[in-house]
Design a protein around this ligand. Structure first.
Ligand code: C5P
Length: 217
């Protein structure tokens, strides 16, 4: 059967990752969360006290980042999960993701992880930069309030629990930065299918994307 690549772009907390994960499980595809590369960079920056300047990318290149199955991220051989999910790391990731050299390096790591095909990849530039030849391209959106509420419920009861108002503010800041950066800003690429999940359930969105993949096979 022909190999299929699926690229899903969209703003923070739009449901991309849970949808991608579930579809990947059903189809036995590899799910790649591309934001984890920027989050790994941010985490390295934080623990090593690296400054945000022109030599940052060279410092980051000294570390090894691998994206494996089941969202396992190996940073210099050590499995990281919770540390990468913190909001402060997401905000820092969004800040450094506007640096051109950082983006070029991230794209190399992301393309390497997807080189075998049959992948579902989500992020902000998957449809036009990382996987421009993907057979299925989606832009998944929903209102910032709904996204903030989803993230609030997701984090509730975990170590990373935060107030709804704080999450909403962070989401709006991140959206603005991701959509207005000079290089590869988040946008609806011309061959993407736009899905607004504000008024439909995640399960329904999953069904729509699953059917689009089946049609492309
Ligand atoms: O998706 P996630 O929230 O984990 O991404 C963290 C940050 O990494 C985003 O806010 C965005 O700035 C950046 N990112 C990106 N391109 C991607 C994935 C993430 O610029 N493909």
């Amino acid at each position: 059967m022909k190999k299929i690549n699926v690229a899903i772009d969209g703003p923070a907390a739009s449901g991309k990752s849970s949808i991608s994960k579930n579809i990947a499980d059903k189809l036995n595809f590899l799910y790649i969360n591309t934001g984890l590369v920027y989050r790994s960079f941010a985490y390295l920056l934080k623990i090593h006290n690296y400054e945000i300047n022109s030599s940052l990318v060279n410092k980051l290149k000294k570390h090894e980042i691998q994206l494996l199955k089941n969202e396992i991220t190996l940073i210099d051989g050590k499995k990281e999960f919770e540390n990468l999910r913190k909001e402060e790391i997401g905000i820092l990731a969004s800040k450094i993701s506007s640096i051109i050299e950082i983006r070029k390096y991230a794209v190399k790591i992301q393309q390497k992880a997807s080189s075998k095909g049959n992948v579902i990849m989500d992020g902000r530039d998957t449809t036009f930069r990382i996987l421009p030849n993907a057979q299925v391209k989606i832009y998944l959106d929903s209102s910032s309030e709904i996204r903030a509420n989803r993230r609030y419920l997701q984090l509730k009861g975990t170590k990373n629990e935060s107030k709804y108002d704080d999450i909403l503010k962070q989401i709006k800041t991140r959206d603005f930065r991701d959509k207005n950066r000079e290089i590869d800003p988040l946008h609806i690429s011309k061959d993407s299918i736009y899905i607004d999940s504000s008024n439909i359930s995640i399960k329904e969105v999953e069904k729509i994307i699953y059917n689009l993949i089946k049609e492309a096979e």
